[in-house]
Ligand binder design. Structure first.
Ligand code: PBG
Length: 325
């Protein structure tokens, strides 16, 4: 008598059957595509360490936005590269700032595309830190809150749909929530970068957003990769303060954190498949060392399987071409 085939193996016989019984499916409807908005006119700067990704000036956005929308990607996440940086990051909350102009341009082109904005100071300060620096050379948490609230409000006034504070200042979600509520925007959701680790995987992003700190690092307000209980405490605070969606960042080295956050809070959970995670795949694929499409599909599937409802990824356009809708 032949040894019986195990039932799960019987279900792996062909591609169609495998797809029918797959436990995890990634859909383009869960993807969020980051965009870097550069000041000036006629700018399309490819980012060397992120092949396929460019910075765009506002006048160059329309074609890109139509492509994103045409691929069925439902949302973009905006970062700004302003012309002038100063000590208090005034470009972040100026009503004619780069992000504010981009929001209007995107909404003119594709009103249904959801515009999420990164709310942080690091791209707008001349020292590259996420807030105001005090006399001792460290970020002044409380003084920064007011600037973040001004930034969030100015994005919302320009027409964005969701604000995503990424700075990790204590109390920022509650502070931003009450400012939005007081200003008539209680319907605007906050997606908080709730569990954000101090990570080497942000390397390429700092070139893309021109936001590397000029001294020191972000270890005082971003989390130690060794800690998961701390991550859950941080997320709990953001949830109490009113976060509507929470994010874990980076994604791949933190799949256990995604799972724990999803199970414990049950809120819509986003994972940020960050620049370094993208760069590694692109670099190895360019060498012919890995099969890019296969790896991208495996990467996104693993993030979804871990519990993410939404995936912020530079692969969104690539993936939209081979994913089911
Ligand atoms: C901060 C911010 C960063 C990223 C997103 N928002 C950089 C940082 O925290 O240093 C990184 C994203 C990526 O690496 O793709 N505004």
């Amino acid at each position: 008598m032949a040894f019986p085939i195990h039932r799960s193996r019987r279900l792996r016989g062909n591609e169609t059957l495998r797809a029918m019984v797959a436990e995890t499916r990634v859909s383009v409807k869960e993807l969020i595509y980051p965009l870097f908005i550069h000041h000036g006119l006629g700018v399309r700067n490819p980012i060397a360490s992120m092949p396929g990704i460019s910075q765009f000036s506002v006048d160059q956005l329309a074609a890109e936005i139509k492509e994103i929308d045409g691929l069925g990607i439902p949302a973009v996440l905006l970062f700004g590269i302003p012309e002038c940086k100063d000590a208090c990051g005034s470009g972040a909350y100026s009503d004619d700032g780069v992000v504010q102009q981009a929001i209007k341009a995107i909404k003119d082109t594709c009103p249904k595309l959801q515009v999420i904005t990164d709310v942080c100071m690091c791209e707008y300060t001349d020292h590259g830190h996420c807030g105001i620096i005090d006399r001792n050379g460290v970020v002044d948490n409380d003084a920064t809150l007011e600037l973040l609230a001004m930034e969030a409000l100015s994005h919302v006034r320009a027409g964005c749909d969701i604000v995503a504070p990424s700075d990790m200042m204590d109390g920022r979600v509650g502070y931003i929530r009450s400012r939005l509520d007081d200003s008539g925007y209680s319907h605007i959701p906050i997606m908080s970068y709730a569990a954000k680790y101090a990570s080497g995987f942000y390397g390429p992003f700092r070139e893309a957003a021109d936001s590397a700190p000029q001294f020191g690092d972000r270890r005082t307000h971003q989390m130690d990769p060794a800690n998961i209980r701390e991550a859950l405490r941080e997320v709990a605070l953001d949830v109490e303060e009113g976060a509507d969606m929470v994010m874990v960042k980076p994604a791949l080295s933190y799949l256990d954190v995604i799972r724990a956050v999803k199970e414990k809070f049950g809120l819509p959970t986003a994972a940020y498949n960050v620049s370094g995670e993208y760069a590694m795949v692109k670099a190895a694929a360019a060498q012919g060392w890995i099969d890019e499409e296969r790896i991208v599909s495996e990467v996104l599937t693993s993030i979804k399987r871990a519990g993410a409802d939404l995936i912020i990824t530079y692969f969104a356009k690539d993936a939209a071409r081979f994913l089911g809708r």
